[in-house]
Ligand binder design. Structure first.
Ligand SMILES: [Zn+2]
Ligand SMILES: [Zn+2]
Length: 278
């Protein structure tokens, strides 16, 4: 049956050419690659996006992006070449370091960065003047937890964000949950350092239900918290959930950590997961 479908799809392609290409060979799978801490690259077709990929602080317990991966990203070497957009959850040093992000944006002259206002301010404070061409590729949003979601489309990406308060009592930190749909096919959601507080999510239920998420990347502390589990199961309802921000001591022990926390986790930089294609 699979061969027959492939044959029909291929035949149709020859007859009607490119116009049918997208509908005949729809739903490529997407690949998520773990970079370290909450750093993730998602690739779908020709489109590549990064979350929380440029940071320099391990705070003594979180995995940094390995030097080999940092060098490959900076040089635009495969598979880290051709990145279209960078998303930053919040300004903490285990998620974002202005100098690294700026160096990357100078090396990759077309990449755009999407972030909370505090990340924009950190870039300016690092010495990049607000009126430079680089800052024209920095898109920042001053969202508060009560504000409704922002939504916009750019170059094959449908982007949405809500502000979800940071775990613990850190009300001064803007933390965004980014939801990005690539080519109308794959939707991923990165929660940054969100705290597992039901009311912070339930006020945005309409936003979370407005589009199905294929892969959600919550911090791993959602997995051993009653409210965190409820938020993942009842509000976000992603097809696949992969915990991030796992301490670096979990590297090499992923299976034990996944068994103990009862869910999938990224523990070793470089490891990947695929969404099911069709
Ligand atoms: Zn944080
Ligand atoms: Zn963090």
């Amino acid at each position: 049956m699979k061969n027959l479908i492939a044959f029909i799809a291929t035949g149709a392609l020859f007859v009607t050419g490119n116009l049918l290409f997208n509908s005949a060979i729809a739903h490529n799978s997407a690949t998520a690659t773990y970079l370290g801490n909450e750093g993730v690259m998602v690739v779908h077709g020709e489109t590549k996006i990064l979350f929380d990929a440029f940071y320099a602080d391990s705070y003594g317990q979180y995995a940094l992006v390995p030097d080999t991966i940092v060098e490959a990203m900076m040089q635009g070497a495969p598979p880290y070449d051709g990145v279209d957009a960078i998303f930053v959850s919040h300004v903490h040093g285990d998620h974002f370091t202005a100098e690294l992000a700026v160096a990357y944006m100078r090396a990759n002259k077309t990449v755009r960065l999407y972030a909370p206002q505090q990340v924009h301010d950190a870039i300016v404070n690092s010495g990049v003047a607000d009126n430079t061409p680089l800052m024209a590729r920095v898109f920042s949003y001053d969202l508060a937890p009560e504000d409704s979601a922002i939504n916009f489309d750019v170059d094959g990406l449908s982007i949405a964000a809500v502000a979800i308060p940071h775990a613990g009592n850190r009300p001064h930190i803007q933390n965004f949950a980014w939801r990005v749909t690539i080519d109308d096919e794959t939707t991923v959601m990165h929660l940054g350092d969100a705290g597992p507080v039901v009311s912070n999510f339930s006020r945005h239920t309409q936003h979370f239900k407005s589009r199905k998420t294929d892969i959600a990347f919550p911090p791993y502390w959602f997995f051993d918290d009653k409210n965190g589990k409820m938020i993942l199961h009842d509000i976000i309802e992603a097809d696949q959930t992969i915990g991030i921000h796992v301490p670096k001591r979990a590297a090499g022990h992923g299976d034990q950590w996944r068994a103990r926390l009862g869910g999938d986790l990224f523990t070793d930089p470089g490891e990947t997961r695929n969404t099911p294609g069709e």
